[in-house]
Design a protein around this ligand. Sequence first.
Ligand code: URA
Length: 215
Amino acid sequence: MQTDPRFPNLRIVDHPIVLDRLSKMRMTQTPTRDFRTLLYEITLLMGYEITRDFATEKRTIETPVTATEAPFLVEDEPILIPILRAGLGMTEGLVTLLPKAVIGHVGVARDENHRPVEYLVKLPTIGNKHVIMVDPMLATGNSAAHTLDVLKRHGVKGSQIRFLSLLAAPEGVQTLLEKHPDVEIYTASLDEGLNEKAYIVPGLGDAGDRLFGTF
Ligand code: URA
């Protein structure tokens, strides 16, 4: 995993298999069917990396050969928070890794000035559990910052939350560093920046449209 001296809140999961699949996702000619599969596979790989520090505890089990002490996850029911709608495309990969995960939803659209407009908040009881917030595109950072505000208003601490994105623009990482410096961000690529329409450059276009085929 790489870091960037400008952004102490950022970890870049630049594994070669992740990068190869990400390049395929960026390509205009990649159809929706493949785009979905690639996002699923990348999320699975990134999920494996970002849960590396999850605690385990030893329990006594019987193998067919002998009794032994074997490690199990202390917490295997973390909370996943996809930011709608593109965040849904990253949920399945995490559920494959953590099948007992509980899923809350936050729906945030962008208005014409790229400001977040909330249209849905449906959260489970979170308590002290790990929270993994997902949105493939960390662009302006406004939707992510808004969702983090919502979570913190519900009593969730920043240190409980990790934000998993696929691509990040420096502008968005900076926004989160200023507003939510206590939340760790993971991404597969820190891209160049945003264009005048607040799309990530080089990016992959509109992640929701490419994921759901709504062109
Ligand atoms: N949302 C997207 O889907 N794509 C971008 O490039 C930025 C925000």
